[in-house]
Design a protein around this ligand. Sequence first.
Ligand code: APR
Ligand code: PHB
Length: 393
Amino acid sequence: MKTKVAIIGAGPSGLLLGQLLTKAGIDNIILERQTPEYVLGRIRAGVLEQGMVDMLREAGVSLRMENEGLIHEGVELIYNGRRERIDLKQLSGGKTVMVYGQTEVTRDLMDARSQSGALTVYSASHVQLHELKGEKPFITFEQEGKHLRLDCDYIAGCDGFHGVSRQSIPSDILTHYERIYPFGWLGLLSDTPPVSDELIYAQHERGFVLCSQRSHTRSRYYLQVPLSDKVEDWSDDRFWQELKTRLPADVASRLATGPSIEKSIAPLRSYVVEPMQYGNLFLVGDAAHIVPPTGAKGLNLAASDVSYLFRILVKVYREGRTDLLPKYSELALRRIWKAERFSWFMTKLLHTFPDADNFDQRMQQSDFDYYTGSLAGRQTIAENYVGLPFESI
Ligand code: APR
Ligand code: PHB
């Protein structure tokens, strides 16, 4: 097999890059380890920055999102019962976010890809990358017991945190930056109307909570839990009780409860690898960086990497601008580090840290008071939440 751009991974990064390339007439093939059903079964975040919404429009996959997605003009932050609305639209000069689940984005991208006729090889195992520094990189893999080879010009490593792409770069040229947080998020999805029209991020001495949503009839809630907790420890009843305890009384009294559709625990981690490229291999999305979910930046960062790599590849194929290729990592990382900073800041601001002393607690409270009490502080939160701009290339 032969293509121009070989994409490893059919998560949102790989599918979005594939769709944009196909629309631009640049051949690409996606290799994915799992089945499409498995990929669609993963429940992830659901807040899209305007930049990502614009990219989905450009990729021609925005129809369902425009009909079913919910535009949010604000979010609510709560600290120790004190409620502060951040007016995203007013504070950011008119920008908003779109509430539309990552699972739905993935489904729309998969549908568009099958309509376009571009090839995705699912259940591809033993993917290995070769000759990354040479003129003619290639990939070997297995599917249904057959040994196959894919020749290409460039490889986009869109295979997530546990993928093969980052591991194919010699370890001595990589620097890893990491912070592991001493708690996880227990998420619950239910067919109940959301407790509030807008998302609520709330600090409480028993731990952080997030009230999010997927639609007017489907809610997503999260509780900060110790890393030692197991999903089995949390019956639906216990979850709802704890959520009510951590919310202000008038919000708790409006909470509609019901059976969970999905419940899972995710650890919180900040991680970046530098550089994000090696020869003809370019890392995209979770393959190169992870953010804690406070601030909903994971999916949006994947989209900004795709935007940079796509725009560079278009110039390479249309104008022969191969000089732009070495700039990918530097360009992408500038925006990534800012989103890493914001996610880390929001995590520190709103969670209960097990080993925080009384000074740490006062600092956290002062951070909240300062940021929400000053116009500059509110603008800082708003401009980061709606998404910082993409650089031109
Ligand atoms: N070979 C082929 N495919 C692989 C391999 C491999 N060795 N390893 C992983 N994959 C596939 C995974 O099965 C998965 O479908 O790569 C895909 C990676 O998808 P994601 O983990 O979703 O990563 P990405 O597309 O970068 O999405 C960014 O945004 O909200 C965040 O973390 C969240 O998934 C999210 C991300
Ligand atoms: C979600 O809806 O799953 C969600 C929303 C906002 C976040 C994280 C997750 O910050």
